[in-house]
Design a protein around this ligand. Structure first.
Ligand code: ADP
Ligand code: MG
Length: 551
């Protein structure tokens, strides 16, 4: 037997990068802007601890397109690199990057898309460029360096006459990637990935209207100045403390996130934890109504203010993927498959934290302003009911704020409801009978009949209500849910025994016969009612078990 080491040559990395990162090759810009941001943040740190003897100033990152020369420039004023550092970080990373890449490549066989989602950092530039230059000057007192590489393992490294601190990356855009020389394309990418990155990013200029002077003449024409166009908001709301923010700040951040969304959110939940994991974010409850045609993928996931994905499946509990907003956490492992995510302990903790935080917020909204909470109930119930069914941790807390509305627009918690039914609505076995209707109009005759007898009737009309009822019945042995048009209603203890029909016995029998002739006897029962009540003259009811069987 022979054993050996397969020699992976660095020559292989460029075709691999092109091939496997192809579906997401646009992330190169995110990676390069991330590096520029890191370089700037490093400088900030070094100046703050006095290690870098230089002014931090107000550095920014600039993106420039040179369409004629087919070049894209990413320029920063960060720490820069000495020639030695270029050797160390750039040239050697090609090797470690290759190793890392091949590691991931094994994984991607079963779950492609992983790599496309997670970049190779600097070398992702070669997905769109056939030649890359780095011109860089360190904050240290050393000459600037100029590195050039055309995608083969050979590179050149020579001195440069750059005098100002920082790094300029020049991408010579390949012919199959010319779209990245379009201003609109770059703007789109910056808006997608870099909108909330922490260092100002300049891309082009814009016209800024000057304030009208006090002594402006009648025919004054607005004057403009040309200013740098900063495309990002370096201090998004979620990075601040809740105490620093007013209700309007949350509203305007929502607008920033969803410029095309005209509806106001119902309320927000600010997430903010740094132990045992780090997570910040703001979630919004949008107006959902009762329909299940809910747009998912509305929560954006960031890592240190860099956009990663809007698919948060596995990280946010499923019932909350109907919400909107952002979460930002450096502790979510992103370069792994979704199935692994579910098993990751940290991710489970994050998911539980979000569930708990949402439940706590709902509880405080309910206790602080019940009236307002009731008014919003119809718009949030679907999320909450779904949460009760799918998340045991949420279910445990839901009793404190989940509401059961009556057909008359009263709202009860489950405890209040039980209290209400106790004396008036029990069956032979002593169980509390919760009467409910799914549709006020279609079932109005039954609702009226039940109300005439003094019963409470709930209006439970969300699409998952039958599951919810099953769950509530199995967890509350003292409760039984009965639809208002079921014949069980008749078994309730309280019944108006004295009501007398206006019809004679004979008339009753013939009416019953007529109706029974037209409805299928096996599944429905015909009951005659006292005509002097407000109820309908007769009711056709269906045994509860028959109805449930069909559902
Ligand atoms: P990572 O960012 O994960 O370290 P990259 O491949 O993106 O990996 O970058 C490799 C290294 O090159 C960085 O860690 C950094 O030391 C150096 N580097 C890249 N871009 C810059 C830059 N704009 N300014 C200073 N150093 C940089
Ligand atoms: Mg990087």
């Amino acid at each position: 037997m022979t054993t050996g080491k397969i020699n992976v040559s660095v020559e292989n990395i460029f075709p691999l990068i092109k091939k496997f990162l192809y579906s997401d090759h646009e992330i190169f810009l995110r990676e390069l802007v991330s590096n520029a941001t890191d370089a700037t943040l490093k400088l900030k740190h070094l100046t703050s601890i006095g290690e870098a003897k230089t002014e931090y100033g107000s550095p920014r990152i600039e993106i420039k397109i040179d369409k004629d020369a087919k070049k894209l420039h990413i320029i920063d004023q960060g720490i820069g690199m000495t020639a030695d550092e270029v050797e160390k970080y750039i040239n050697q990373v090609a090797f470690s990057g290759a190793e890392e890449f091949l590691d991931k490549y094994k994984d991607s066989a079963k779950d492609t898309g992983i790599i496309g989602h997670f970049g190779l950092g600097f070398y992702s530039a070669f997905m769109v460029a056939d030649k890359v230059e780095i011109i860089t000057k360190s904050y240290k007192d050393e000459p600037a360096a100029h590195w050039t590489c055309d995608g083969s393992p050979e590179f050149t490294l020579e001195p440069s006459d750059k005098t100002d601190r920082g790094t300029e990356i020049i991408l010579h855009i390949a012919d199959d990637s010319l779209e990245f020389l379009e201003e609109s394309k770059i703007r789109e990418l910056l808006n997608k990935y870099n909108k909330f990155m922490p260092i100002p990013i300049k891309f082009g200029t814009r016209q800024n209207a000057l304030p009208k002077p006090e002594d402006a003449p009648e025919d004054y024409k607005t004057e403009y100045e040309t200013v740098d166009h900063i495309v990002n908001n370096p201090n998004p709301a979620w990075t601040k403390q809740p105490s620093e923010l007013a209700a309007e700040d949350y509203q305007s951040f929502y607008r920033e996130l969803y410029p095309m969304q005209f509806e106001e959110p119902l309320f927000h939940i600010h997430l903010n934890v740094d132990h045992p994991f780090n997570l910040t974010g703001i979630l919004y409850f949008p107006r959902l109504g009762a329909d299940l045609q809910i747009q998912k993928d509305k929560i954006q996931l960031y890592q240190n203010q860099v956009f990663v994905t809007d698919n948060v499946e596995g990280i946010v509990p499923e019932f909350l993927t109907m919400l909107k907003g952002v979460i930002d956490s450096p502790d979510i492992p992103l370069n792994v498959s979704r199935s692994y995510l579910q098993a990751d302990g940290n991710v489970k903790k994050i998911s539980n934290y979000i569930t708990r935080k949402v439940a706590d917020k709902l509880k405080s909204l309910f206790t602080e302003n019940r009236e307002d909470f009731e008014a919003k109930w119809n718009d949030i119930k679907i999320v909450l009911e779904y949460g009760m069914l799918s998340e045991p941790k949420f279910y445990e807390k839901a009793g404190a704020f989940v509401l059961y509305p009556t057909v008359d627009g009263q709202y009860f918690t489950l405890e209040e409801l039980k209290e209400k039914l106790k004396d008036n609505q029990t069956d032979k076995d002593g169980k509390l009978v919760v009467l409910y209707a799914g549709n006020k109009d279609a079932q109005h005759a039954y609702i009226d009949a039940a109300k005439a007898k003094g019963y409470e009737v709930l209006l439970l009309d969300s699409p998952i209500v039958s599951h919810l009822i099953q769950k509530l019945e199995s967890d509350n042995s003292d409760l039984t849910f009965v639809r208002v048009d079921s014949d069980h209603v008749d078994n309730l203890i309280k019944k108006d025994e004295n009501a007398v029909s206006k019809l004679s016995d004979e008339q009753q029998t013939s009416l019953k016969t007529v109706v029974e002739d037209i409805v299928p006897k096996t599944t429905y029962t015909v009951q005659l009612e006292a005509l002097d009540s407000n109820a309908a003259p007769f009711l056709i009811t269906q045994p509860e078990f028959m109805r449930r069987m069909k559902e």
